[in-house]
Design a protein around this ligand. Structure first.
Ligand SMILES: [Fe+2]
Length: 191
């Protein structure tokens, strides 16, 4: 079994951008939070979150195929690799999100980006962030333009939870590692 330490080493080898690394850690945190809520294998699920954008920086045109091929070579569990393939559906792969992990990774990816962006424009960061504020920014297309709204909405459908519940879960997941992500109020004040 590949450990988190192995996965972090791989991430650091492939990804130089601090922003992309942070995104991958944020998605990992959200997916791990769901694993705890759903009583699933947190270590296994965490690998999918951590490595889902492994090849994004090196191979933007072939994402996620190159990363997926490397993970298969390294013997990563098929469940993890499948979820990574499915997170790029339907634009980049034909792999439809089916398993619980597929759906959770899909639903956490773009939404984590939006939640993160919301934290950056608030004095208290993630400390008092509520789903309502995130929904407002979801509808404001001029805010955090890089976040694909279609994918956020598709993710909410795939996870099958009320929108506010899902957003709260992602906030809780990110809050658990808020210090490392630099999204807490105290971190923001120190800047
Ligand atoms: Fe991502």
């Amino acid at each position: 079994m590949h450990t988190r330490t192995d996965a972090v080493r791989l991430l650091e080898e492939w990804v130089a951008s601090a922003a992309l690394r942070k995104h991958m850690y944020a998605v990992e945190a959200a997916v791990r939070h769901y694993a705890r809520l759903m009583d699933e294998d947190e270590e296994l699920w965490g690998l999918a979150g951590l490595l889902h954008d492994l090849d994004w920086e090196r191979h933007p045109d072939d994402h996620p195929h190159i990363g997926v091929a490397r993970l298969r070579e390294l013997g990563y569990p098929e469940e993890v690799v499948h979820a990574i393939e499915a997170h790029a559906w339907p634009d980049r792969t034909d792999v439809v999100p089916e398993s619980k992990l597929d759906r959770v990774l899909y639903a956490c990816d773009e939404l984590s980006g939006l939640v993160y962006a919301c934290c950056l424009v608030r004095p208290n960061g993630i400390d008092d962030l509520k789903p309502k504020s995130v929904v407002k920014k979801l509808k404001d297309k001029a805010f955090a333009r890089g976040v694909h709204r279609d994918a956020v909405l598709r993710g909410i459908e795939l996870i099958g939870l009320p929108r506010a519940v899902h957003i709260q879960n992602v906030i809780d997941g990110l809050r658990a590692v808020g210090e490392a992500l630099g999204v807490r109020g105290v971190d923001r004040a120190a800047r």
